[in-house]
Design a protein around this ligand. Structure first.
Ligand SMILES: [Zn+2]
Length: 318
């Protein structure tokens, strides 16, 4: 059997829990579920989630666990859904945990250390988690980021408060309802007539990191228009034969990545020097050698960029 990317099962696009959206309207849902011992609680801080030491499972806790009780005072609670085993909540604290050695005396209980578990960035462990946990974690981190950045009404500036079991915020002055936002972005593998792939190094990235081009869809644009514009802006190449591949959430803080493959007839790359510092064409042997030697650091395994590069390559890369 030939190797292929499972575009419907990208690392953060999996999930086995029913979101049970019809339950969100129940006014006391979060309180009821926090009082039920069978409820499992996902813990998150910023873009990090609590995972077991193996990093292959979320560190799910029951509501009465002291770690949950301590975090609950400072975190946003949200209903993630239910499966045959019961309901899932998330508690998301807006701030990343402090380093364990942080000498600064804190005014809140130190939530940076959880016995038997560790805080890991979702973008670094998303592909290690199973489908259920990857889906729960992606939703918790995405919703948490939205709550943290929508504390005030965009219409009148008054404070907002959470409602609908964490799936809505409501303006305290005029009742305007706010819903979680997702910002579409396109990401593309651009391939030349010799079947080489174009990978770029962005100015703000760590040294030697190379990935596919990407950019946000602007107001009034389609995904395809955004793709053509971004490639022209960043490397001055016209592209054709756009082919949609798949999508996944990228909640850092609020992106939905729409992945495409595209072709170009030209190879004379001119980088913009603002967003993109360098762009290079790679053939398969060249990219494999560069990745193996560490000359090039490829995008992380949880990312859709990784899937685009490996699909073109025809298998997993180092
Ligand atoms: Zn308002």
């Amino acid at each position: 059997m030939t190797w292929r990317v499972r575009w419907d099962e990208l690392p953060l696009a999996r999930g086995s829990v029913d979101r049970a959206a019809h339950l969100r309207a129940r006014p006391d849902l979060l309180t009821e579920l926090m009082a039920r011992e069978g409820t499992r609680v996902v813990l998150a801080r910023g873009a990090r989630v609590a995972v077991r030491q193996t990093r292959t499972e979320l560190d799910l806790r029951s509501p009465s666990d002291p770690v949950v009780t301590a975090l609950a005072e400072h975190a946003q609670a949200m209903f993630l859904g239910a499966d045959d085993d019961g309901a899932y909540l998330a508690l998301v604290h807006p701030a990343e945990p402090r380093p364990a050695a942080d000498p600064e005396p804190g005014t809140e209980p130190d939530l940076g250390v959880i016995p038997g578990a560790q805080w890991q960035r979702l973008r670094e462990v998303g592909h290690l988690l199973g489908p259920r946990d990857a889906g729960l974690a992606a939703t918790a981190v995405a919703l948490g980021a939205w709550h943290a950045s929508h504390r005030f009404c965009a219409r009148c500036g008054a404070p907002t408060e959470p409602s609908f079991a964490g799936w809505q915020r409501r303006c305290t002055a005029e009742g305007t309802e706010l819903y979680p936002r997702t910002d579409p972005a396109v990401i593309m593998a651009v391939v030349d007539p010799a079947d080489r792939i174009l990978l770029a190094h962005a100015t703000h990235w760590p040294e030697r990191r190379f990935s596919t081009l990407a950019g946000f869809v602007e107001a009034g644009e389609s995904a395809e228009q955004a793709l053509r514009r971004e490639v022209l802006e960043e490397v001055a190449l016209p592209v054709t034969d756009l082919e949609y591949r798949g999508s996944q959430t990228w909640p850092f803080p609020a992106s939905l990545m729409l992945a495409f493959q595209a072709r170009t007839e030209r190879t004379d790359v001119v980088v913009d020097g603002v967003e993109i510092e360098e762009a290079r064409w790679f053939d398969r042997a060249g990219l494999e050698a560069a990745a193996r030697s560490g000359e090039v650091i490829l995008p992380g395994r949880a990312s859709v960029a990784r899937a685009l590069v490996e699909e073109w390559f025809g298998g997993p890369l180092p």
